[in-house]
Ligand binder design. Structure first.
Ligand SMILES: O=C(O)CCC(=O)C(=O)O
Length: 274
């Protein structure tokens, strides 16, 4: 694929229809190797904890806050473009914007947040618990979302690629989400200040499918599809760059609640949760 100046990635009408119906898409060869190479050094910088002053924005999504860095398994670096403004509007942002615009002709799609995620090699417990993204976010009038996940290296079943339950995006009600209980909280119920990770109960009829993708390819999922990812059983890392687009008015609404997707936000969850 050669794209130098045009940052448009054209979806077919069938892909747009499928996203609406199934709640996810797999798009192959979205970025060229040359484009990917511009992102790699940033990813390494953040995932190896070199950016100072991130607080809880550098954390482990499979373990409670406060886990020592050397014990991290599922490494999460939130909002790289906030910490390094020169990283903003990178090639992935531009191409993902063109796809989001096609998926959402009804409104104005804007990038809401981004994060780098990496599973260390041979970490069976580097699981991202199954959830619906909306379960993590405050109640807003419009919930439209397209969350992109760009594979920085090949994502496989064995290294813990994304898993989804097709059709779960059409369930009328959001499933209940609870902060994951790691048994670390001795004095009562676990809340979101103790554990960022939320979990849902799976249903016996849930049929999970795996979405392996090559480096440079992308998955896109909506805010209601049940999804997560498994542990890493290989000698290689699994690395992915997540970027979510929402309606511009929704983002403004979130911000008035003090919600920026930073784990350092101090929001009153009891008041603003869905
Ligand atoms: O890619 C993963 O491991 C999970 C990411 C995820 O759940 C999300 O972006 O909502």
């Amino acid at each position: 694929m050669s794209r130098r100046h045009d940052t448009t990635y054209r979806l077919t009408p069938e892909e747009i229809r499928r996203y609406r119906e199934q709640g996810y898409l797999v798009l192959h060869d979205v970025l060229t190797e040359e484009e990917m190479a511009t992102l790699d050094p940033w990813f390494e910088h953040f995932i190896t904890g070199k950016e100072p002053g991130m607080g809880r924005d550098f954390c482990d999504m499979s373990q409670p806050y406060g886990t020592p860095v050397e014990e991290f398994r599922l490494v999460n670096a939130m909002l790289p473009g906030v910490y390094r403004p020169e990283f903003k509007n990178n090639i992935f942002h531009q191409v993902a914007q063109s796809i989001a615009d096609q998926l959402y002709p009804e409104g104005k799609a804007e990038m809401d947040y981004e994060q780098f995620l990496a599973k260390k090699p041979n970490k069976a417990q580097a699981e991202f618990a199954m959830h619906q993204d909306l379960g993590y976010w405050p109640k807003t009038k419009n919930t439209w979302t397209a969350t992109f996940s760009l594979a920085l290296n090949d994502a496989t079943v064995e290294n813990g690629c994304l898993q989804v339950v097709p059709g779960s995006n059409r369930e009328p009600e959001l499933r209940p989400h609870k902060p994951k209980d790691y048994g670390h909280q001795k004095d009562g119920e676990v809340n979101r200040d103790d554990s960022h990770t939320l979990v849902i109960e799976m249903k016996p009829e849930d049929k999970i499918i795996f979405l392996p993708v090559k480096r440079g390819s992308v998955t896109v999922h909506d805010e209601r599809i049940v999804h997560g990812s498994g542990g890493n059983y290989t000698d290689e890392w699994r690395k992915t760059y997540v970027m979510a687009f929402r309606d511009a008015n929704t983002i403004a609404e979130e911000r008035t609640m003090g919600f920026t997707h930073s784990h350092n936000d101090t929001v009153n969850w009891a008041e603003i949760i869905v």
